[in-house]
Design a protein around this ligand. Structure first.
Ligand code: ATP
Ligand code: MG
Length: 136
């Protein structure tokens, strides 16, 4: 079994599709290990996406991520990191496969509905950033 960190981003929460995304997560066989609704501060969003701090889109990305509540999730499944990335689809919803979360619920590269860790090291960092050991 493997664990990954996922976010239902502020656009998807505002659009009222938390339930539909969670339903797909469960249908695809993930176990929800931990889950919390949280409105990130700008500073918390900057810490989370620190790896992108030099990118031109960093300010817009962290404004967006702190623009409303998110759903923070720890998901467990065999090969969870890759399976969730596949279910999310490409970063830009315009390039995402039909049936993926970003194709169905994302509007643009800035408003792309979901996040998923991209490697075991990032999953470990991201889970530890948002969840206490006792919650996992
Ligand atoms: P995430 O980390 O949110 O799951 P990702 O791993 O598919 O997305 P990253 O390269 O980590 O993509 O980029 C993080 C976020 O930054 C993306 O979700 C997207 O909203 C934004 N982003 C990435 N590249 C661009 C870009 N060229 N222009 C604008 N925004 C971008
Ligand atoms: Mg990423």
């Amino acid at each position: 079994m493997e664990r990954t960190f996922a976010i239902i981003k502020p656009d998807a929460v505002k659009n009222g599709v938390i339930g539909r995304i969670l339903a797909r997560i469960e249908q695809e066989g993930f176990r929800i290990v931990a889950m919390r609704l949280q409105h990130l501060s700008k500073r918390e969003a900057e810490g989370f996406y620190a790896v992108h701090s030099a990118r031109p889109f960093f300010g817009g990305l962290t404004d967006f991520m702190s623009s409303g509540p998110c759903v923070l999730l720890c998901l467990e499944a065999p090969d969870a990191i890759k399976t969730w990335r596949t279910l999310m689809g490409a970063t830009n919803p315009a390039n995402a496969e039909p049936g993926t979360m970003r194709k169905e619920f994302g509007a643009s590269i800035d408003n792309n509905a979901t996040h998923g860790s991209d490697a075991p090291e990032t999953a470990a960092f991201e889970l530890g950033y948002f969840f206490r050991g006792l919650e996992l």
